[in-house]
Ligand binder design. Structure first.
Ligand code: SF4
Ligand code: SF4
Length: 160
C-alpha cells in the first residue's frame, strides 16, 4: 500500500506553503485589568493566582503552569490579557517565572475590610452613571456585607 506523506519542513514554512502559527505566553495589560478574577477562575491549570499584599490585589500568571490555551484571553471582560510578543523566555527556576499586575484596593469604611479594587469600583460607578444611577458616596465605600446590613438597619434608605 502506498502512503503519501507530506512532512512539513522549515523550507515549506519559509516558502509560504504553510502558515507559521504558534502561541506565546499571555501577559496582562496593567492599565486595563480591574482585578475581577475571571481569568483565574477559568484557567484549567491554576496558572493564574489572585492574592493580596497589604492594600494591593495581585494578579499573577505563572508561566511554568501555563499551557497557552488562552481561555484567560477569551474570558477577560476588559480585554486585558494578550499574547506576549516574545516566546524565548529563559530561567533557572521555573517557579519564579511569572507576570503580575498590582492593583490598589479600597477599604470598607464600616468594617475596615479591603473589598474591591479602586479600578473595579470606578468601573461600577461609571457603568451605573451611564444607566442614570448615581450611588451616594458612603455606599461606594462599603463592602457588600455592610451594604446589606445597612439596608436592614435603615430600610427606608435607597441603597444599591
Ligand atoms: S486580567 Fe482580565 S479577567 Fe483577569 S483579573 Fe484582570 S480584568 Fe479580570
Ligand atoms: S493561557 Fe490557559 S493555562 Fe495559560 S494562564 Fe491563560 S488560561 Fe491559564
Amino acid at each position: 500500500m502506498e502512503v503519501n506523506l507530506h512532512v512539513k519542513t522549515c523550507k515549506d514554512v519559509y516558502e509560504g506553503e504553510y502558515e507559521m502559527t504558534y502561541r506565546t505566553f499571555p501577559k496582562i495589560i496593567s492599565n486595563r485589568c480591574i482585578g475581577c478574577g475571571s481569568c483565574s477562575n477559568v484557567c484549567p491549570t491554576n496558572a493564574i493566582e489572585i492574592t493580596q499584599y497589604e492594600d494591593y490585589k495581585i494578579v499573577r500568571i505563572f508561566y511554568g503552569r501555563c499551557i497557552q490555551c488562552f481561555m484567560c484571553v477569551d474570558t477577560c471582560p476588559e480585554n486585558a490579557i494578550i499574547p506576549r510578543e516574545d516566546y524565548d523566555i529563559i530561567t533557572d527556576n521555573i517557579d519564579n517565572l511569572y507576570y503580575e499586575v498590582c492593583l490598589k484596593m479600597v477599604k470598607c469604611e464600616l468594617c475596615g475590610k479591603y473589598f474591591t479594587t479602586k479600578r473595579s469600583l470606578e468601573k461600577l460607578v461609571n457603568e451605573l452613571k451611564s444607566h442614570g444611577i448615581d450611588l451616594s458616596e458612603d455606599m461606594l465605600r462599603m463592602c457588600t456585607e455592610c451594604r446589606i446590613l445597612s439596608r436592614k438597619l435603615y430600610p427606608l434608605r435607597i441603597i444599591l
